[in-house]
Design a protein around this ligand. Structure first.
Ligand code: IMP
Length: 421
């Protein structure tokens, strides 16, 4: 039995989908536990490309996908994904936590309204209603999956919530009247459609642990978007770090065997907020074009920069990462020089930790170690020693600096383009 956790160590989009898919071959369950349809996971199987926002990517391999209680679930989006996967011949095995909070229409409207109100101080959210839904959950005003299958409860809850939301919309000058009957009808229908999947996933998962099943916990976003340990307030609203997986699944921390940190060989970020190693030159453009760095969820171009080990070290420490998976190493092919940030310089002092104050982060100047680049990684590379010598040096430096072993290196989007170290 193993419970493996896969998390992003940067600002999301590290290539978790591919790594989860890779590890899923021996899994019985693949579990999402935080975030919602703000995430976007791309999995390439042969010539088929799957883009999923909510359903755990392991379902493509016939595994049981679980949407844990820590997720915020948009049922409209979920039903679209279910229909699409079924159309493409996937036999779907899916369980949804009964305590999962539901994204309601007013959450999406408010996400847009708050961003508009913030103007040039906006977070750059995906506008999927994530923040407003998590806010309601913590304020104990959420609608949960279990409520969707009981029209009476849903109706009573909406009676309490809608007048408050209407007043907030009015404050934001949003000309939209929330229609309780329409919302109740639509969400009751969603409930009808998904009720067969709604269950006590925390009990199912703990039974699976007892029965020696293999479980993969699939993180969304990355450490630097964690609401406590990320670049607050330019973060998402959930716990993207390892600790979040126990909260969001109901599996106790002692059952987790390996915590696999996904490290993209360079850095990207979508949305606003500081990015110390951001490149504004031709190298930044090169990484963006070669790495196809455009958001899966919003299609926004991702900001690109050199690998930042201050960030990854912060992630390794906070999440107790036991293994690393390096992704998109091939994107660095063809550069004459590649750089890794090892420290920051702040007010003339060298620091090796990530500051809490966003104004300090903005002042941090990266201190780099330069590496000679390499021409091209052979697609047929199957072992570490097949990699160009310069790429090996780059990877060994990362491993040594972080004091965490590299388990796999991804050199392309396909399943086969993966090297076990
Ligand atoms: P929200 O999660 O939609 O509230 O967005 C908050 C911040 O997190 C924004 O900067 C988004 O661009 C970023 N974000 C949310 N989900 C992802 C993701 O899956 N990958 C990368 N960035 C994300």
């Amino acid at each position: 039995m193993t419970v493996n956790l896969v998390i992003g160590t940067q600002w999301g989009d590290e290539g978790k989908g591919k790594v989860v898919d890779y590890f899923s071959k021996d899994a019985d369950y693949v579990v999402r536990y935080q975030g919602g349809s703000n995430a976007g996971h791309t999995i390439k199987v042969g010539e088929e490309v799957y883009k999923l926002h909510l359903i755990p990517s392991g379902v493509i391999q016939g595994k049981t996908g679980v949407i844990g209680n820590g997720v915020v679930l948009d049922p409209e989006m979920l039903i679209k994904e279910i229909d699409e996967l079924k159309k493409r011949g996937i036999k779907l095995k899916l369980l949804i936590g009964d305590r999962t909070n539901i994204i309601m229409p007013y959450h999406k409207i408010l996400d847009g309204a708050e961003e508009k109100y913030l103007g040039d101080k906006k977070i750059g959210t995906t506008k999927r209603g994530i923040g407003p839904c998590y806010s309601d959950k913590v304020a104990r005003k959420g609608i949960r999956a279990i409520d969707l299958i009981d029209t009476n409860t849903l109706s009573k809850k909406l009676d309490d919530i809608i007048p408050i939301k209407q007043r907030i919309l009015d404050v934001y000058n949003i000309d939209k009247k929330l229609n309780k009957k329409e919302i109740l009808d639509t969400y009751s229908k969603y409930g009808e459609k998904i009720k067969k999947y709604i269950t006590t996933t925390h009990i199912e998962l703990n039974k699976a642990v007892k029965n020696n099943k293999n479980i993969i916990l699939e993180g969304a976003q990355g450490t630097m978007l964690d609401v406590d340990y990320g670049t607050y307030p330019f973060t998402t609203s959930s716990h993207t770090i390892a600790g979040g997986s126990s909260i969001g699944t109901g599996i106790g921390p002692k059952h987790i065997d390996d915590i696999i940190g996904i490290v993209k060989a360079y850095t990207t970020r979508v949305g606003e907020g500081p990015l110390p190693t951001e490149l504004f030159d031709k190298n930044g453009k090169y990484l963006q074009q070669k790495g196809h760095e455009f958001g899966t969820t919003t299609s926004r171009p991702r900001r690109c920069g050199w690998l930042d080990l201050v960030v990854v070290n912060h992630s390794c420490m906070i999440s107790g990462i036991t293994k690393l998976a390096i992704t998109k190493l091939d994107v660095l092919d063809g550069l004459s020089t590649v750089k890794i940030c090892t420290h920051y310089s702040l007010d003339g002092k060298k620091i090796d930790f990530f500051p809490a104050d966003i104004e300090d982060v903005k002042q941090c100047k990266p201190v780099y170690k330069e590496f000679k680049g390499w021409r091209k990684i052979k697609e047929s590379s199957s072992g570490f020693s097949d990699l160009p010598e310069e790429a090996q040096k780059y990877l060994k430096f990362i491993e040594k600096k972080l004091e965490v072993p590299i388990a796999i290196v991804s050199i392309g989007p396909g399943r086969k383009e993966t090297i076990e170290v």
